[in-house]
Design a protein around this ligand. Sequence first.
Ligand SMILES: NC(=O)c1ccc[n+]([C@@H]2O[C@H](COP(=O)([O-])OP(=O)(O)OC[C@H]3O[C@@H](n4cnc5c(N)ncnc54)[C@H](O)[C@@H]3O)[C@@H](O)[C@H]2O)c1
Length: 279
Amino acid sequence: MTPITPPAGIAGIAGITGTAGTAGTAGTTEAADASEFAGKVALVTGAARGVGKETVALLHARGARVVAVDLRPDVRTLPDEFPGVLPMTGDITQEETAARAVQSAVDTFGGLDVLVNNAGRTLNKPVTETTAEDWDAVMAVNARGSFFFAREAFRAMNARGGGAIVSTGSYTCTVALPEGAAYSASKGALAQLTKVLAVEGGPLGIRANIVAAGVIETDFLDTFRTDSRAYLASFADAQPLGRVAQPEEIAEVLCFLASPRAAFITGAVLAADGGFTAV
Ligand SMILES: NC(=O)c1ccc[n+]([C@@H]2O[C@H](COP(=O)([O-])OP(=O)(O)OC[C@H]3O[C@@H](n4cnc5c(N)ncnc54)[C@H](O)[C@@H]3O)[C@@H](O)[C@H]2O)c1
């Protein structure tokens, strides 16, 4: 997706802004150690594009060996940009996909240290128009599939003595998206799952956290709305920072929570939403 105003990297980011301009245009990747994930193995779902792809990029740049999973066949091109990344096509709603992905990490790279549960799908429909199929389809990706990956990761991480699970949640982990019953419920479920993972994982050395992301400038909404750009722009003014997020900014928060810098953070629902839910 070409940003409405092209971003110039994380620092000095532009993109979709509100009418009052951008207050928070900083952000930096420079603080993180380039070898922060050296020797670590990470698995990222929804890795072909958007937040997932940016997370693969950061983990790869910081030394991790990465398994990248997505429904989209173009996930297979990731090694062209990020040599050594192991791509895998698969539907995360299937238990078999989670088992296969985690086993690939173990067989190819020797284990698993970081799971990024990022794949997601959305739906914009009023409550009365939301069908059983709609509900199940959204819950299957955002809640059920994320659970399958967390369960498989728990087993592999336990064998390794610990690890970190991070999930891409949404502000809908805590507040409502109008005409988003299934989406809001699924992200709420994912936040609650995260807390259980943190409680059960603590004694095993496994941390679990979720990023309650604000609106992000990706292609996420394109399948569901013909007016996705205008819809995204309509959110910019609702943010105290006056803009929506760039995907690399959310990837940065996911990587922070997965890193040793967040060693004492577990069970957290961390807002990265430009202040949207502070109002
Ligand atoms: N874009 C936003 O405004 C926004 C806001 C808050 C949270 N989020 C969350 O961020 C995460 C990433 O979204 P994004 O904005 O980068 O969107 P995106 O559509 O660019 O990326 C999502 C990826 O997940 C993959 N995916 C979807 N269903 C899958 C399945 N069943 N199996 C395997 N892969 C599957 C898609 O193919 C896609 O590559 C999602 O969990 C989303 O809910 C997005």
